[in-house]
Design a protein around this ligand. Structure first.
Ligand code: F0G
Length: 497
């Protein structure tokens, strides 16, 4: 095992406030990067769980990683998971289920119609979100497919904040348009602001005035805004968007993949919300919406599953037909009975404050440590991920040479860490001009799975990034050796320049 060695005993820790405690410097001789992390950082409260089952991981020797990445065409999507040491590709479906979830799976009832597992899921959805109607789907994009099939037609406009790629894909597939109305703060990676995911009401109003309400089947708020850095949307902003939509007779939907993390940020950052429970904030959040799609693979901590949740019967009926067509019958959709059981339990567990504090605190710990070490990251840390700012990491590299993709490769070579490019490759070519469309933010996302890695794993990630930072002038750009016509991110192949 090629783990870096540290010649120190673990420093003493003392509690400081409700969820952080400070680690004091014990030994002034220590100056390894990873011990710098230990010494300089406030530490989080312990996780409200212990580990019952473990899965071995292994760091392959550097030469093997080089061979594997070359065979993968310098695309980490093509790297076998067993050749990855710390996998930060996504937080989607990669969480560790609890004993409660595993044991509820044993009660899964696989009846085609009217399964009690569906009724338990429906009850959990109602308890947590307040929505009376629910259609289970196999994942988040399937819920989008069903909803969009019922509501969107060619030429329509769907304004929102940083639509996720699959959402945008489903909109554009129907020859409709997603218009981004996120606040400008979102596009400044150095700005530390509490709600960089908010919708800019002036931008939204302009879009509605320009296109007219009849072209807008719904407005969409994504919580948290994954594409914009996992940044939250404030309850005040959701309320304002709701009031605007109501005044104009528009429907409001929520993409709720990370709804619980969003509620935690509201509790911690929004004045007047600090004494409420996460469940109260979640319930109020959803009360402003006509419906929501949810990838349950994130905050509901299941490995597979999605939900389409609705408030009115007419929309439910319109969507039901498409659910039966694309997913499955109404009381199971895209899921087996046992999947629905795990999801029902996950909705309750994922909205527990202590769990969220530990989870978001762990992400923040990595983000703050990198920031303090001078590594350019998007600020502040998101709820589910830290994003390296490739434009500032490699300031001399043209975006056409895919700096974020180059860093993603180097991170794997340096320490077997797998992140994901969120930059020029992901943005695809402009369908009209055929040119690359380099986005404002060129990022490497380090996505932290839920309840999977320890702080020590993340210290190793930190250390790997610091080593890469120290030799950043050696990082070369990339060019395609194979570029598929669409969604090139997943299957493109490259060579070093
Ligand atoms: N909406 C958001 C905000 C997402 O982040 C995702 C998935 C989806 C919808 C689609 O859900 O994957 O269950 O079909 N995000 C994953 C990620 C893939 O890595 O960020 P899905």
């Amino acid at each position: 095992m090629l783990l870096p060695t540290v010649g120190c005993t673990f420093p003493q820790a003392t509690y400081q406030e409700d969820w952080f405690y400070t680690v004091h410097k014990q030994d002034s001789r220590i100056n390894e990067p990873r011990t710098r992390l230990l010494m300089n950082h406030t530490y989080r409260a312990p996780e409200p769980f212990k580990i019952k089952m473990v899965e071995p991981i292994r760091l392959l020797p550097r030469e093997e990683r080089e061979r594997i990445l070359a065979e993968a065409g310098l695309n980490v999507f093509n790297v076998p998971a067993e050749a990855v040491f710390i996998d930060l590709l996504t937080d989607s479906g990669t969480g560790a289920m609890s004993e409660g979830q595993w044991s509820s799976m044993m009660q899964g009832d696989e009846s085609y119609a009217g399964s009690p597992s569906f009724l338990r899921l429906k009850q959990a959805v109602e308890d947590v979100t307040g929505f009376p109607y629910v259609l289970p789907t196999h994942q988040g994009r399937a819920a989008e497919n069903v909803l969009h099939s019922a509501l969107i037609k060619a030429g329509d406009i769907i304004p929102g904040n940083s639509h996720f790629d699959t959402t945008k894909g489903h909109i554009e597939f129907r020859h409709a348009h997603a218009i981004d109305c996120t606040v400008n703060e979102c596009f400044d990676p150095t700005l530390d602001a509490p709600f960089k995911g908010n919708v800019d009401l002036a931008k939204l109003e302009k879009v509605v005035d320009e296109h007219g309400v009849e072209k807008i089947p719904f407005v969409l708020i994504t919580i948290t805004n994954n594409s914009g850095g996992g940044q939250p949307v404030s309850l005040g902003n959701i309320k304002e968007v709701h009031a605007f939509c109501e005044a104009r007779g528009l429907k409001l939907f929520i993409d709720a993949a990370r709804f619980a993390e969003n509620a935690w940020f509201i509790k911690k950052r929004e004045p007047g919300q600090e004494n409420r429970t996460i469940r109260e904030i979640v319930a109020e959040t959803f009360s402003y919406a006509d419906g929501a799609t949810m990838s349950a693979k994130k905050d509901a901590i299941v490995n597979m599953g999605g939900l389409l949740m609705l408030r009115d019967e007419a929309t439910y009926q319109a969507c039901s037909t498409f659910n039966i067509l694309f997913e499955g019958y109404l009381t199971y959709g895209g899921l087996s009975g046992r999947d629905m059981e795990a999801l029902a339990t996950g909705l309750y567990e994922g909205t527990e404050e202590d769990y969220l504090t530990a989870r978001i605190g762990q992400v923040k710990m990595l983000g703050d440590a990198l920031h303090d070490a001078g590594i350019p990251t998007l600020r502040p840390p998101g709820g589910h991920a830290i994003y390296l700012d490739a434009k500032r990491f490699l300031p001399d590299m043209d975006q056409e040479l895919f700096p974020a993709q180059a860093l993603t490769c180097e991170l794997y070579l340096e320490g077997g860490v797998r992140g994901v490019e969120i930059g020029t490759v992901l943005a695809d070519r402009d369908p009209d001009t055929g040119k690359n469309r380099p986005p404002k933010l060129e990022l490497v996302r380090l996505t932290i799975p839920r309840r999977v890695y320890t702080d020590n794993h993340l210290m190793y990630v930190y250390d790997t990034i610091l080593k890469l930072w120290e030799r950043r002038d050696q990082v070369r750009g990339l060019k395609f050796t194979y570029e598929p016509p669409l969604l090139r991110h997943f299957s493109a192949r490259y060579e070093w320049l």
